[in-house]
Design a protein around this ligand. Structure first.
Ligand SMILES: C[S@@+](CC[C@H](N)C(=O)[O-])C[C@H]1O[C@@H](n2cnc3c(N)ncnc32)[C@H](O)[C@@H]1O
Length: 227
């Protein structure tokens, strides 16, 4: 029998991206999802937040917590994407203002955030400390200045031996490369009173000049620029 989640593509066009509701969740279908018979992409904050609650993180050892520093209270995640890093920063106790300029990713994030806000156990964290803004912070930024700016753009793909995670391949299909990273870095480094954190894979060169400090994880590192 034909899978009902793959047949609508015939109607919309196999090359189309489209959003649909599945079990009251906004879900995305793309050509890659269709061709590789992956699950439609929807985003979720509740599962990851509850997962973090069960971990015994030591804030003195977690590279992202160290990169954010003990005195950070308000972080702008200017590349929200799937919201995974933003959720971790929220779990660390920060107030998070997250920006996403891609309309499709933003719609998926908004849907996940609406569900998270209604969760009886953890909804208050999202209601009280998480703000999602549609757009680019260079155009549309709140007046309150952050203590940290977090940046994780989609870099042009280098030569890879292994394929990136399925979710990241789908996101690349939706957003493409963030080719304006030089301009964004220049802007972010000009924000007063902030530390600027750039997420990189462990072996990649710094995106900008030498960072003030580097915090390394298993496969990722955080380059921190102090202003
Ligand atoms: C690599 S993904 C971010 C992954 C994210 N850290 C996570 O935890 O899923 C980059 C995302 O940032 C968005 N983006 C890139 N530059 C942006 C900007 N200047 N303003 C707003 N969104 C941006 C892209 O549309 C894309 O969804």
């Amino acid at each position: 029998m034909e899978d009902p989640f793959f047949s609508p593509a015939e109607e919309v066009g196999a090359k189309s991206l489209y959003l649909f509701l599945k079990d009251d969740r906004l879900s995305l279908m793309t050509p890659t999802i269709r061709e590789e018979k992956l699950n439609p992409l929807s985003l979720d904050f509740i599962g990851p937040f509850k997962y973090h609650q069960k971990q015994n993180y030591s804030f003195k050892k977690e590279p992202l917590a160290k990169a954010l520093g003990q005195n950070s209270h308000l972080v702008w995640d200017i590349t929200c994407g799937t919201g995974s890093d933003a959720t971790l920063m929220l779990f660390f106790g920060l107030q998070v203002v997250a920006f996403e300029r891609n309309k499709i990713m933003w719609a998926l994030l908004r849907d996940a955030l609406d569900r998270a806000m209604q969760d009886p156990e953890i909804g208050h964290h999202f209601r009280d400390r998480f703000t999602l803004i549609k757009g680019d912070p260079r155009v549309n930024s709140p007046a309150e200045r952050p203590s940290a700016v977090y940046y994780d753009p989609m870099y042009p793909e280098g030569k890879r031996k292994a394929l990136p995670k399925k979710e990241m391949r789908v996101i690349r299909e939706v957003v493409g490369d963030d080719l304006d990273f030089n301009e964004t870095i220049l802007w972010a480094k000009g924000i007063p009173t902030s530390r600027f954190i750039v997420k990189r894979s462990l072996k990649a060169p710094p995106l900008n000049e030498r960072p003030g400090h580097i915090y390394e994880g298993k496969s990722t590192r955080y380059d921190v620029y102090f202003s």
